[in-house]
Design a protein around this ligand. Structure first.
Ligand SMILES: [Fe+2]
Length: 423
């Protein structure tokens, strides 16, 4: 990607150049904001990294000018800030999409640029969908949910682990929001927030996704605590998604006020964020914890103390992880989570467990619209294609049949068919 660096400090400009070129990017350096603006107008840059303080034009003004130029394509802007400037950035409503904290660390630069590239790709897909919608008018809610399905599939491809637990989180958040009797618009927002709440983690080292906060070192924790703000900023730029942005921003606030980024407590935390917080933590344990039973027990005790050991009554790792995930919510009630959310969630889990469902292997040719994948579906070479719990529509089934013709898929697919279904 061609990246414009606006930095009056030759040392940091050279550092960006070295790191980004090494990672396959083309870098153009401007020594001040005015020069960067001139270069930007003559070239199709899709990403800018700007220093905050520069002669002639500062980084905030430069980002605001770029955003105000109403381009037909998306430009991802990143500001270099100090921790102190970060709050100013939000107060000044700087139009930057992301920020890099000083002092600069190579891994952080690579991570923020990776997030930017993901965002550019997602924005391109949104533009395509918007064009399709404007040429083929359809119900607004249907369009909204189609966008979320597409973005969610893209996330699966970018990072299957993140995609998988966020998909489960989104699904159950929707159910809980309905259990709370919330209005339809809010239910949709909470589902979308659940589906994308951790996109701020995209680009961070994969092993960080397997860590709990207690296991992170200072640098990792600093990167990790930025993710709700980053994800929230991404959604804030689309007016229709501002409600989702608020929910995402507060999904790491704790019920007792000990969370981040703003230390909100109890009803100050939006109900959607309280729902996402509990559901996300549950599925993160389910999807990321190891399969070794002794490691599971050790990790559970380290994270949740002695109280968790009362569920150590099984030797099956999957069952044990599910029990730990459920019990951890109960243990953290009133500190981390809203007790009403946890009660409704546990009722839901029990209900799901009691719902008898059929899972079976069927030939791709037998697939019917509405069937649900009962496990991840991969290509023969192991590349991830579709995630567990994906509801198959006619277009997806058509594509699978087409891919089968190329001999890159197995003939059989594992699907879940509800008992009451007419399949
Ligand atoms: Fe998160």
């Amino acid at each position: 990607m061609k990246i414009l660096i606006a930095d009056n400090n030759p040392v940091t400009a050279k550092l960006f150049d070295k790191i980004l070129v090494k990672n396959g990017h083309e870098v153009i350096i401007a020594e001040n904001g005015q020069k960067a603006w001139e270069l930007f107008q003559k070239n199709n840059f899709r990403m800018l990294i700007a220093n905050w303080t520069m002669p002639k034009m500062d980084g905030v003004t430069l980002c605001n000018k770029i955003k105000a130029s109403n381009l037909s394509y998306y430009v991802h802007t990143i500001l270099q800030t100090t921790r102190e400037q970060l709050s100013d950035m939000i107060e000044l409503k700087a139009s930057a999409d992301d920020y890099i904290l000083k002092p600069l660390i190579a891994n952080q630069i690579i991570a923020r640029v990776s997030v930017g590239i993901c965002r550019i790709e997602l924005e391109e897909n949104i533009t395509t969908i918007k064009t399709d919608i404007s040429t083929q008018p359809q119900e607004p809610e249907k369009s909204y949910m189609e966008i979320s399905t597409l973005l969610s599939s893209l996330l699966d491809m970018l990072n299957p682990l993140l995609g998988e637990y966020m998909k489960d989180t989104g699904r159950v958040c929707r159910e809980l929001a309905q259990d709370f009797g919330l209005e339809k618009k809010m239910v949709n927002q909470i589902e979308m927030a659940g589906l994308f709440h951790d996109i701020g983690l995209l680009g961070l080292p994969v092993d960080m996704l397997f860590k709990d906060e207690a296991e992170m070192d200072k640098t990792e924790l600093s990167l990790y605590t930025q993710h709700p703000v980053i994800a929230s900023l991404s959604f804030k730029t689309v007016k229709k998604f501002s409600g989702i942005s608020e929910i995402i921003l507060s999904h790491h606030e704790n019920f007792d006020g000990s969370g981040f980024p703003n230390g909100l407590k109890e009803s100050q935390i939006p109900i959607g964020s309280r729902i996402v917080a509990a559901v996300s933590d549950y599925f993160k344990i389910i999807h990321t914890w190891t399969a070794d039973i002794e490691e599971i027990k050790k990790k559970a005790e380290n994270n949740f103390g002695q109280a968790i050991t009362e569920v150590f009554d099984t030797i099956d790792p999957d069952t044990l992880i599910k029990q730990i995930a459920k019990k951890s919510l109960e243990i953290e009630c009133n500190r981390k989570y809203d007790v009403d959310v946890v009660e409704k969630f546990i009722n839901r889990v029990v209900k799901e467990k009691n719902t008898k469902k059929n899972k079976k292997w069927i030939d791709i040719e037998e697939l019917k619209e509405g069937m649900v994948l009962a496990k991840d579906f991969c290509l023969k070479d192991g590349k991830h294609l579709l995630s567990n719990n994906t509801v198959l529509n006619s277009a997806a089934i058509g594509s699978l049949k087409q891919l089968k013709g190329f001999n890159i898929l197995d003939d059989q697919i594992f699907v879940l068919i509800p008992e009451e279904s007419s399949f």
